[in-house]
Design a binder for this molecule. Sequence first.
Ligand SMILES: Cc1cc2nc3c(=O)[nH]c(=O)nc-3n(C[C@H](O)[C@H](O)[C@H](O)COP(=O)(O)OP(=O)(O)OC[C@H]3O[C@@H](n4cnc5c(N)ncnc54)[C@H](O)[C@@H]3O)c2cc1C
Length: 367
Amino acid sequence: MKIFIVGGGIAGLSIAWRLAQAGAEVEVLERGIAGRGATWASAGMIAPGAELGAESSAMAAFAERARAAWPSFAADVEAASGMPVYYKECGCLLVAATAERAATLQAAACPDSGAVWLTREELLHREPLLDASLLGALQIATDAQVDNRALAEALRAAAMKAGARLRERCSVRSVLIDKGRVSGVIADDGVIAGDIVVLSGGAWMGLLEGMDADVVPPVQPVKGQMAACEPPPGTVLPQSLIWSESIYLVPRHNRLFIGATVENAGFDTSVTHEARDWLLDAAARVIPSLRSWRVAELWAGLRPRTPDHAPVLGTTSIDGLLVAGGQFRNGILFAPVVGETISRAILQNSMSPDLSAFDPKRFAKSA
Ligand SMILES: Cc1cc2nc3c(=O)[nH]c(=O)nc-3n(C[C@H](O)[C@H](O)[C@H](O)COP(=O)(O)OP(=O)(O)OC[C@H]3O[C@@H](n4cnc5c(N)ncnc54)[C@H](O)[C@@H]3O)c2cc1C
């Protein structure tokens, strides 16, 4: 059985790795360089606490399962690849600049699940760079981060070592379907025959030619621009992820990442002066000294978003065609369970009923 994964981002690489580990014949077809899509542009937070709070949706349960899987996933990727991914359980601080936000965050405190309110004094003692006028913060101990760029490299190496193949600069134009069943893909350089195809093309998944809208779920690009700043020598960066009402800050290596805009701008990935100024202004309201830091990098990426903002995972109405997409703001967080879910769907023909909210067929007109 020959399996093709169309798109070598974190989703495609995680799936390929798991399939190859199980002895499957799998090849990733990537039109550019693997790991250079949204996976590269991401902030690398593994932060269901900050992203989803105390929600009790199917997505929150999935996110929690993913977060719990992260420590062993990170250790396994490092062991299999021999490369570091810098997974760190650094926690997250949701800071309050207004009395209204402070009240909301205080009400969300739940020490039993690791969400603790810190007073202004406690906050500044822990993070001395923060603005002294902040009123306090909700600390979520369980949120974490990973170096998403290092992770993509490591996953790629782990997948290759396990026997997966990777064809880069191979753009898939369409999926070959014969009598309601997948029989391969049509790439720029011709037809490649195969038995199973997984679409994991991120924000570009809907661009395949000739695919019925009822088969490939609607996934739209949502642009996010980010900046990375470097402090003067001797400055100690914050320890935790920090979220204000408008932006988040991610300390990693010797940089502070600032993210992110949320824009409907089609497939445009240019960076703009407006976004740079907005990010830096909002960040300086949290860390005033940041105004004099060096701006080391600006970039943009495209989050893959479905109409209900939940992922699409599993089989489609075409035999042998599966989808792994629509992870929107949480594709790094979700990676351990996406790899496991799709490889199990292929190898054991089984999907947990808990994942029915992510059924790719839910957007079909007949659904
Ligand atoms: C600014 C920003 C910040 C983010 N921060 C976080 C965060 O902190 N935590 C988190 O969990 N998530 C975050 N995300 C979201 C996360 O990055 C994405 O959900 C995730 O990377 C999606 O992974 P993917 O593999 O589906 O897509 P991608 O990484 O975009 O990979 C898709 C790949 O498919 C390839 N491809 C597409 N079409 C074809 C084709 N026809 N043929 C061959 N190859 C094809 C592309 O070239 C690309 O390499 C962020 C995203 C952005 C943009």
